[in-house]
Design a protein around this ligand. Sequence first.
Ligand code: ATP
Ligand code: ZN
Length: 707
Amino acid sequence: MPFYNVWIEHVALDLNQTFTYRHDAALERGMRVKVPFNHRELVAIVMEACEQPDDPSRIKDVIEVLDEQPLLNEELFGLAAYMADTYVSSMMSCFKAMLPPALRPATRRASVVYEDWFVAGDSTQPLTKKGQETWERLKDALPMKASAFRKLAKSHARSFLERGYLRVEKRRKESALDLPEKEDQTFALTDEQRDAIAQISASSHDVFLLHGVTGSGKTEVFLRLAEQALSENRQVLFLVPEIGLTPMMIARVRSRFRQNIAIYHSQMSASEKYDQYEKVRTGEVQIVVGTRSACFMPFSNLGLILMDEEHDTSYKQDMMPKYHTRDLVLWRGAYHHCKVVLASATPSLESYARAYRGVFELVELKQRIARTMPAIRMIDLRQEPVVQGFSQSLLDAIARRLEKKEQVILLLNRRGYLPVVKCQACNEVITCPDCGIALSYHRSNDSLMCHCCGTVYAFDHTCPHCGSKHFFNHGMGTEKLEQRIQSLFPQARIVRMDADSTRKKNAHARLLEQFENEGDILIGTQMVAKGLDFPNVTLVGILQADAGLVRSDYRASEIAYEMLEQASGRAGRAEKEGEVLIQTFDQDHYVMKSVQNHDYKSFFVREMQYRHLGSYPPYVYMATIVFSHDDLEKAERVARQAKERLDGVRVLGPIEISMRMKKKRVRLLVKDKSQPHLETVMWDLVHHFDRSNVKMEINMHPLMLEE
Ligand SMILES: Nc1ncnc2c1ncn2[C@@H]1O[C@H](COP(=O)(O)OP(=O)(O)OP(=O)(O)O)[C@@H](O)[C@H]1O
Ligand SMILES: [Zn+2]
């Protein structure tokens, strides 16, 4: 049949409308084609063949077919449709989110680069005793990248080559992720680990919440479960929140499974992503480790999905379609009839509530491998003064640890030098003209930065309002902390980790390696709270523990709790006992109490009461609608009209929120007990509400209200 319905990407079009074109050869669903549209050539995706339209003479021809095979299989089509429905977004935007950039409309592939790999030869020539030992230790890990093997085998690599134990083979260059080389370590499982694995394997449930305290050895549980799935010839998807923050985790997975693994994350180039995508599609690898977009990999036979740190907010995409990775992997798990394991020391309230009700099966690891949780000491800042950010207790503790040659992590969740630049003469605060919020001073490039939109402004150290050259020096970001701590401990080797110091590719991995090998103090933003496993870290200090609690967002307490508990969990993970010092004005707050007692359950119970009282998730489903326009009144008027149209749901607002790109913005907050009903109401708005050139953006199930 020569007629086909296609999806076209075009902002001015109504969501999900399709158009009909003619093509005389057969097209398959999921192929890309180029079509004429309003005097332009646009890329479209074929949806289906269709009947001859009423007036075939008006139908135009497809200009070019871009693919030999469909890009997406039926499962991924189903996933796109689910995603479009759930997040009230267009099919085309879902396809774009799902495909690697090289397969998105109108891109060409970069050339392929090759590099040396070692594969095992079949030599029986004698080796020295040391050589024999090294060979025994490493031979099962082959094939391996030549450079990596040389690092592990040191001087022996050459004789292995000369004696035919190794052969060189050219392979397509891997993702440039610079992972620390690790040798595989297998442990005798602890009783708890063994029980957890047995429970998951034997259960008839599909979805598990693995709640294991920090340092309880969740990774080893993942690796064993992955081995099981592989032994049944099924594929494994292993999701991590941010690749940069998890080089150690990935190195461990890779050291166990070597060549059988694809790595997929946002810092890779388009051609690297394409390579990894193809490896999965062609069945060359069985395991994918990656960040949220890895949940779209073209698996054919998934046997297990692992989602580490399932509470992490980076699993929610912040552009359209604003999906949550957890929802999508649950859908895929159901499609493949495979088990899904969500894991965290601090599960999201949504997941724990589901485990509580038995929707997910709860699996617990209550003990640390190191046996003891670190002791938490609250430093009451109402009693003990802080001088330039530090209490004397914290300074003393740092000094003691440095003396013992142990390592320290300091958390201050604010980057830059000064958080606010305020004129001493006229009291004006310098703000971002696009967003209206205070700019931060960054000393490294001597400029001002908006932490909302990322714009950098030149700073001549003169107040734009009154011309004064004097500014207050209140407040502190990580840059200032670094300077201060260096002057207090001149001998200490300090590593700073925040969004500024980690901008370059592989910077995370490099900084972490630097800290592990030759650092004394690691300072940083919430990044340092995540996943780090350094045996010699015995002190964690948290400078402004209350900072997260003063935010008005409904999830503020949960996010603050996660950060504090996770940061605390970095101390004392091996033999040496750990200690955590938390500087707070509010030590009786239930968040502080729960952290102090390492008591997730009490946090959960209290927080659920607040969510219940305020009608917030997980008690209701929620969406935000943001209207933006140059004219605030117009945006408000349209928002009020939309509110009237929203029938049978609770609507709060409109309220004005911070500007974005110079546009004024107002927000409606929509709540309902029923997810399908909420979706119906929102779709109705998208299709039938006249928003007269006011921009309208919907965010289903937002994690944060202020964005
Ligand atoms: N059975 C075991 N025997 C000895 N050591 C183990 C065992 N299992 C794990 N470990 C070690 O214990 C440490 C903590 O394990 P892991 O990093 O998996 O913890 P985790 O549960 O992921 O913690 P977090 O949630 O804090 O990231 C690691 O250094 C790991 O190598
Ligand atoms: Zn801005």
